[in-house]
Write a protein that binds this ligand. Structure first.
Ligand code: SF4
Ligand code: SF4
Length: 388
């Protein structure tokens, strides 16, 4: 955002999403809440919250722990997995340290096998994620897994989880998502009054924080954005290329891609990933006879590349293109993430074919070695866009 404009989250942690989130979780711990580490967007947060626990995201985005991880893990593995494991191996992850239990899902092979290596450190519960989301058995099986998780949380924390509390958390998530989407609507404006870093600050905190704690923050954010619009404050230039970023989760050192996009003159208006808007995109059915089944449906609808077919991702991209009016789509794929990498071809065909829009795949890791090469490709992408 331009100099002199107050950050949306003006709490001393602007641009430091993980530090803010850690501070929040430490306060929850002091208040007597349990902390549950999670590794994936499929972890049913409502159930964790119904157990009076707070979720701590354990996925890591720092290059500094990869060397230590590679003493055990193969070098040719996704940096997210290596970084996350490296933090545990070097005993330097404060999120893992305050977690009293860990929830893992059978998403990609690398994560699945990494979980085996850390399974003895804290109580861990692995959920068997169905990967054919359109099959009727998927809903039944994932509902059963969610109910099994309920049993694990009840046993681990010696606390009964009431169905009514799960329902309450479902409704709370929907309220949070409605407000988050009001904020995302500001990004749909041209020019946009919000930056990717401000988005990231909000979406990251929203994973750990309850709706009750997020409500005042979200309402204040909306008021600030309304003021920015009224005062004609916007991010970038009026004719900046609008960028939709899709693909693997991105944070920490991998945000080099976002910085390069902005330095090249682009403005990121959508972050479609598990570290961006994806967790807030849908609603969970309320007041159903079985809240666990309602959770199951919602989480199975998440368009991750570990699903096959993952046609929901194309549907979601269509909606985002309609809503945010990007000029280009950038697909960020982490090295050795085979599912996102292979799926990238389908995404490219869809974006360039149906939407007639330029598409760029960036395959990267957490090192800085490819910054120059990425910059050249992003600049070339923007140069070929028609003048606005
Ligand atoms: S991209 Fe897929 S596997 Fe990774 S956190 Fe998101 S849902 Fe989980
Ligand atoms: S980015 Fe890909 S390989 Fe890495 S943890 Fe996520 S799904 Fe697995």
């Amino acid at each position: 955002m331009k100099a002199g404009v107050e950050p949306l989250l003006n709490d001393g942690f602007a641009g430091e999403a993980t530090k803010r989130s850690l501070g929040y979780l430490q306060k929850q711990r002091e208040k007597g809440k349990n902390i549950v580490g999670i590794y994936c967007g499929y972890a049913p947060l409502e159930l964790i919250r119904a157990a009076n626990a707070a979720p701590a995201v354990l996925c890591a985005f720092a290059n500094k722990t990869i060397e230590a991880a590679e003493t055990v893990l193969p070098a040719n593995l996704c940096p997210l997995i290596k970084s996350s494991y490296g933090f545990i191996k070097t005993d330097t992850c404060p999120f893992f340290a305050i977690s009293e239990a860990v929830i893992a899902e059978t998403t990609c092979d690398g994560k699945k096998k990494m979980f085996e290596l850390i399974s003895g450190i804290k109580p861990m519960h692995v959920m068997d994620l169905p990967q054919l989301p359109d099959q009727k058995e998927a809903l039944e099986n994932w509902t059963a897994m969610i109910k099994k998780l309920k049993g694990f949380l009840e046993t681990t924390f010696n606390r009964k989880i009431e169905d009514a509390d799960v329902e309450k958390e479902i409704q709370a998530t929907n309220e949070k998502n409605r407000l988050m989407n009001k904020i995302f609507d500001f990004a749909a404006l041209t020019p946009t009054p919000v930056t990717w870093l401000e988005f990231y600050d909000l979406t990251y905190l929203g994973q750990a924080a309850t709706t009750q704690d997020m409500l005042p923050i979200l309402k204040e954010t909306i008021a600030k954005l309304e003021k920015r619009v009224a005062e004609g404050i916007y991010h970038g230039e009026k004719d900046s290329p609008r960028v939709l970023v899709t693909g693997c989760p991105v944070g920490g050192d991998a945000t080099k891609v976002f910085k390069i996009i902005e330095e090249a003159g682009g403005v990121i208006v959508v972050l479609d990933s598990c570290t961006g808007m994806k967790p807030y995109s849908g609603m969970i059915a309320e007041n159903t006879p079985d809240p666990y089944r309602a959770l199951s449906r919602r989480y199975l609808d998440l368009p991750c590349s570990c699903m096959t077919p993952n046609s929901r991702r194309l549907d979601e991209l269509d909606k985002m293109i309609e809503r945010f009016k990007p000029d280009v789509v950038v697909d960020v794929v982490l090295h050795a993430c085979h599912s996102y990498n292979i799926e990238s071809h389908k995404i490219k065909e869809h974006i360039t074919g149906m939407h007639k829009m330029p598409f760029l795949k960036i395959e990267t890791d957490y090192s800085q070695s490819d910054v120059g090469q990425i910059r050249t490709r992003v600049e070339a992408l923007f140069e070929m866009l028609p003048q606005k």
